[in-house]
Design a protein around this ligand. Structure first.
Ligand code: RTP
Ligand code: MG
Length: 146
C-alpha cells in the first residue's frame, strides 16, 4: 500500500487548522500511520527542501518552516501520493481550485498551509528523514469495532 509524507506548516498549526485538514484525509478514506507535533531544525528543513536549495526563496522557506511547530504525518492508501497532492491544490493558493486545502485555507504561496510528497521517491525519502521510516501497524487492533 502506498504511503506519503504530509506536513501541516507553521501557519496551519498556528491558525488551528490541524483538525480540519486531517478530517479531509480521514473522510477520503486514507489511513493515518504516524504523526507528531514538532519544531524543525534548520538542518532538517534544509535536507527536506534540498531540491530547492538554488531557488531565490530557499532562505525564506527555511526561515518559515523553522518558525514554529509543524504537524508531520504519514498517510497510507491507494494512490495517496498523487491524490493528496490533488486535495492540497496548486502551490500558489491563487491558482488552486476551489475545494482544495490551499484554495480554501490560504492566500500566500509562502504560507500555503501544507506540504505533500510529490513522487514515490520523495515520499520514501521524506518518510525516512522525518520518521526514520517508521509507521504504526493497525494489525492487532482493527476489526474489533467493526
Ligand atoms: P511543498 O513542497 O511545500 O509541498 O510545495 P510544492 O511541492 O507545491 O512546491 P515546491 O515547488 O516544492 O515549493 C516548496 C514551497 O516553497 C514555497 N515557494 N515559494 N516564492 C515562490 O515563488 C515560491 N515558490 C515556492 C512554497 O511555500 C512551496 O510550498
Ligand atoms: Mg514540493
Amino acid at each position: 500500500m502506498e504511503r506519503t509524507f504530509l506536513m501541516i506548516k507553521p501557519d496551519g498549526v498556528q491558525r488551528g487548522l490541524i483538525g480540519q485538514i486531517m478530517t479531509r484525509f480521514e473522510k477520503k478514506g486514507f489511513k493515518l500511520v504516524n504523526a507528531k507535533l514538532m519544531t524543525v531544525s534548520r538542518e532538517l528543513a534544509e535536507k527536506h527542501y534540498d531540491e530547492l536549495k538554488e531557488k531565490p526563496f530557499f532562505g525564506e522557506l527555511v526561515d518559515f518552516i523553522t518558525s514554529g511547530p509543524v504537524f508531520a504525518m504519514i498517510w497510507e492508501g491507494n494512490n495517496v501520493i498523487s491524490v493528496a497532492r490533488a486535495m492540497m491544490g496548486k502551490t500558489n493558493p491563487a491558482d488552486a481550485a476551489p475545494g482544495t486545502i490551499r484554495a480554501d485555507f490560504a492566500v500566500s504561496v509562502g504560507m500555503n498551509v501544507i506540504h505533500g510528497s510529490d513522487s514515490p521517491e520523495n515520499a520514501q525519502r521524506e518518510i525516512d528523514l522525518w520518521f526514520n521510516g517508521e509507521a504504526i501497524s493497525y494489525d492487532k487492533t482493527i476489526a474489533k469495532w467493526l
